[in-house]
Write a protein that binds this ligand. Structure first.
Ligand code: ADP
Ligand code: MG
Length: 529
């Protein structure tokens, strides 16, 4: 009975792309996104200036930041952006590498599909290639111990090269390594773990980038609550109080009838007395600084100032917890709970003149530290902050895993050669897919050469030759164009940066290759029915 009748399965506001068109659309999107970030790759990569609809300006070299600001709409493209985001969350660095790699894998897939290799074979070959790549990385990885400061410094350096902060790189690397080593804790089996939240990064506009410092303590965005308090206190004992310091209101509603002025006086006297007691209790505990999560009544402020206590009110809960860790103190509810043991310790608490910042520094063995960055403009500071964040994360990765690999296009060249060798042992159509997978890695050395203004073919050939001759750490010196031992040159990166980039780039490429039908519901768009 249905003969001749069209059968309607999809609503008419669904836009459908099928077969080769759908594949092409995803390949184009991946390539376009990779192309957008590839010029930033490596030490000589360029920066991007991004302007939001509200006019905010961001200048950056960071892949994840660029893609985030671009707000990609294409559904396949969004998956590629996710690769960069995952990379940023999991390892903190290598976002451009991961994105460029997906683009390259999709480009290779495009030519496989054109040769009529079935998408499942492509995906299968990519899967095999990825497993091989990860085992080659294990083989190439070099061990780094907790105390190997020189290597950790180089890892931090490599993560920061190419950001617009070259000038202060050495200083910052030292600060970053000190910070991460300070907060690392040892597991029972001798490995280390770092909680990234224990290293806080704070920025302050003014002064030069050279004035960056590691604060063994905390920086709070607040001034002291009352002008008459000392601007600076040394040998500090810090009370951390969660509840407000004011007269406690009675729970039961009661009316107090005051008829004479004497009664009024007595009442305020009494109130004043109890506020005074709060301040006395704090001073009596030995505290000469106070962080209060809630408000501090004027009278309490007055008495605290008289006792020479530096106090801040309305400190954020997050900062309170961080302070407890950084100063080795305990947060209490009320002043009467304060004891010598609950107080945090530091060398100094001071308000930085002309700013709204309080710095509590010089704690003996803090479990949380703050990196205070300074710079002449917020734009510069934002990029500095991203670079420091990357550096802290790679040092953390290296400490936790104890493994690094060699950069400058070195691992990628070695991977390409070894995976191609492996492909030859597999045979069949899937061999083509594994070879394509291997070739995708060439994009990294090629892009490093291109961004540094060298002939890409020359450099890629020279690199491959060096590796074929057994120089497994050979990479590209992006300043001179020479092929050099990158391990000696100190261009090293945590293994995790590479494993994560390879895993998520491959998995996303596999996912996209197998899509041959895209259905996009248009109802969200203006003008759709
Ligand atoms: P990503 O977002 O992927 O980290 P980067 O712009 O930081 O991108 O570039 C990382 C690449 O640059 C890596 O392949 C790394 O090995 C390489 N690289 C970093 N420093 C150097 C250097 N001094 N010489 C050559 N290559 C370097
Ligand atoms: Mg990087």
């Amino acid at each position: 009975m249905l003969a001749g009748q069209p059968i309607i399965i999809l609503r008419d506001n669904v836009e459908r792309t099928r077969g080769f068109e759908a594949q092409r659309s995803n390949i184009m999107a991946a390539k376009a996104i990779a192309a957008a970030v590839r010029t930033t790759l490596g030490p000589r990569g360029m920066d991007k200036m991004l302007v939001s609809s509200t006019g905010d300006v961001v200048i950056t070299n960071d892949g994840a930041t660029i893609l985030h600001e671009m707000s990609v709409q294409h559904p396949g493209g969004k998956l590629v952006v996710e690769v960069a985001e995952t990379q940023d969350d999991e390892v903190g660095d290598g976002t451009t590498t991961a994105t460029v790699l997906v683009g390259s894998l999709m480009e290779e897939a495009e030519s496989l599909l054109a040769q009529e290799v079935h998408p499942t074979i492509v995906a299968n070959g990519y899967q095999l290639g990825m497993e091989k790549a990860l085992s080659i990385l294990d083989d190439l990885a070099i061990t780094v111990g907790f105390g190997e400061r020189e290597s950790l410094l180089k890892i931090a350096d490599t993560a920061m090269t190419g950001k617009s902060i070259e000038a202060v790189k050495d200083k910052i690397s030292n600060i970053v390594v000190d910070a991460v080593l300070q907060v690392a804790t040892e597991n029972d089996d001798g490995t280390y773990v770092v909680n990234e939240d224990d290293v806080k990064i704070k920025t302050q506009v003014g002064d030069s980038m050279n004035d960056a410092e590691l604060v063994r303590g905390i920086v709070i965005d607040k001034k002291r609550v009352f002008e008459q308090m000392p601007q600076k206190v040394t040998d500090v004992k810090v009370a951390l109080i969660a509840m407000p310091l004011e007269v406690t209101k009675t729970q039961v509603k009661s009316k107090i009838k005051i008829t004479t002025s004497d009664q009024m006086k007595a009442f305020t006297e009494q109130e004043r007395e109890s506020l005074r007691r709060l301040a006395d209790q704090i001073a009596a505990s030995g505290a000469n600084a106070l962080l209060c999560q809630k408000g501090i009544a004027d009278a309490v402020q007055y008495y605290l100032a008289k006792a020479g206590v530096y106090a801040i009110e309305d400190v954020k809960e997050e900062d309170m917890k961080f302070a407890a860790k950084a100063l080795c103190g305990t947060i209490v509810n009320k002043p009467e709970e304060l004891t010598a043991a609950t107080l945090g310790h530091a060398e100094e608490v001071a308000e930085i003149p002309d700013t709204d910042l309080t710095v509590i520094s010089g704690c003996d063995n803090p479990k949380a530290v703050t990196i205070l960055l300074r710079g002449t403009s917020q734009l510069l500071l934002d990029e500095l902050e991203r670079a420091v964040y990357d550096a802290a994360r790679v040092v953390q990765d290296a400490i936790e895993d104890g493994k690094f690999v060699v950069g400058g296009g070195s691992v990628e060249t070695e991977l390409q050669i070894r995976i191609r060798d492996y492909a030859a042992t597999v045979g069949g159509r899937v061999q083509l897919a594994i070879e394509a997978f291997a070739n995708a890695f060439e994009v990294i050395p090629r892009t490093l050469a291109e961004n540094s203004g060298f002939d890409t073919i020359d450099k890629v050939v020279a690199l491959r030759k060096a590796h074929a001759d057994g120089a497994k750490y050979a990479g590209l010196n992006v300043y001179t164009g020479e092929v050099v031992d990158m391990r000696e040159a100190g261009v090293i990166e945590p293994q995790r940066v590479k494993t994560q980039a390879i895993k998520s780039a491959t998995e996303t490429a596999m996912l996209l290759v197998r899509v041959d039908d895209m259905m996009i519901t248009q109802s969200g768009r203006p003008g759709a029915q």
